[in-house]
Design a protein. Structure first.
Length: 368
């Protein structure tokens, strides 16, 4: 039977079943049997957890119905409920799309005041089900292997690069690649054993570790500098550079690349923040929530309004948390807010505000 006719038959059968399932739909009952069968939301089951370091963990997920194969280097949004509130964060997929068991992995490091990262690393259990998004992002390995890449990573920023390296290793096509990775100590290097083995097995892959808090580290090794690049990768100016890690590392690599005329691909999971004036102030924020009590709180000039709302028991819709997906856009009712990426002030009532990258710039009212 042609695909079009088959789909039509399925829809007719579904509509008949839904009549008997009223007021629910058949899909709701399927979800009760197995959340991975859901046709309404994309869900993944936790198959395994593995501690990479003292504060990082690799989580093996089995995506359910609706999943599509990712490209090495892409990321997904992952949701979790903590104390009755829903949180969403973005994590790179650390496994290769060449993996054959239908699973993917994300590797999470506990961040300072990171509620969700701490929950995933310390409390997540095998058998849990998590809502996830389809794979996204363009920090991906090209279809043709780049001739001579340089990877610059720090902390958990190694995860998308690990997906790329694993893919090249599985297909037996590791190029002339140099990898400089920053970590505080040797025991903090995520995938440390695997990276060392990869360098031993594939002679064209060079792996250099910069231990920023080790006792024998020289002052020049504590930050990414032109001198460090010249030492660890003398031909870096003729390579394509891929960088992922802390904001300071990305800012340094971006500046060095621009000065040298080198193309740098960056993978950011936090929005860049503009330097604010010393006299920048926050204000009293009033959150207007339909069918709920008004929440009024004081907020400083630098904390995103999304975080202010969450800290006060609210649960606004959100996605990327860095001003890209616009899931958190809500109307400004009154007052003024500040775009933390640019410092620009918005004070026109009715304007949609991205609360994940906006802070109070005086008293304001926000409709959630």
């Amino acid at each position: 039977m042609p695909d079009g006719r088959l789909s039509a038959v399925r829809r007719r059968i579904q509509s008949v079943v839904d009549l008997y399932a009223t007021p629910l739909r058949a899909a709701h009952y399927l979800e009760l049997l197995n959340p991975l069968w859901s046709s309404r939301t994309l869900t993944a089951r936790v198959e395994q957890v593995w501690d990479e370091t003292a504060d990082s963990r690799t989580i093996t997920l089995r995506p359910g119905r609706g999943w599509r194969r990712h490209r090495a280097g892409q990321h997904i949004r992952v949701g979790v409920a903590i104390d009755g509130r829903r949180f969403t964060r973005t994590y790179s997929i650390s496994s290769s799309p060449e993996r054959r068991d239908g699973c993917i992995t994300i590797t999470v490091k506990i961040l300072d005041d990171g509620r969700m990262s701490r929950h995933l690393v310390r409390h997540l259990r095998v058998g849990s089900h998590l809502p996830i998004s389809l794979p996204q992002g363009d920090f991906v390995a090209p279809e043709s292997v780049p001739t001579r890449p340089l990877f610059v990573t720090g902390g958990s920023g190694v995860t998308p690069v690990m997906s790329i390296l694993r893919t090249w290793a599985l297909i037996g096509n590791v190029p002339d690649a140099v990898h400089i990775h920053f970590a505080p100590h040797e025991h903090d290097v995520i995938f440390g054993t695997e990276l060392s083995a990869l360098a031993e097995t594939h002679r064209r892959y060079q792996h250099h570790r910069v231990l920023t808090r080790a006792g024998n580290a020289s002052p020049g090794e504590h930050h990414l500098t032109e001198a460090l690049l010249d030492e660890r990768c003398p031909d870096w100016r003729s390579r394509e550079v891929w960088a992922c890690g802390p904001q300071s590392l990305l800012d340094s690599m971006e500046a060095l690349g621009a000065e040298a005329g080198v193309r740098v691909r960056l993978e950011r999971f936090r929005a860049g923040v503009a330097e604010l004036d010393e006299d920048a102030t926050g204000g009293a924020v009033t959150f207007l929530v339909p069918d709920a009590d008004v929440v009024a709180v004081d907020a400083d000039a630098t904390t995103p309004l999304l975080r202010v709302a969450e800290d006060n028991g609210l649960n606004p819709d959100h996605g990327c948390r860095m001003g890209i997906c616009h899931t958190c856009d809500v109307p400004l009712v009154a007052g003024q807010v500040r775009d933390l990426r640019t410092g620009q002030i918005t004070d026109e009532a009715g304007t949609l505000v991205q609360i994940c990258v906006s802070s109070a710039a005086g008293d304001c009212e926000i409709q959630l």
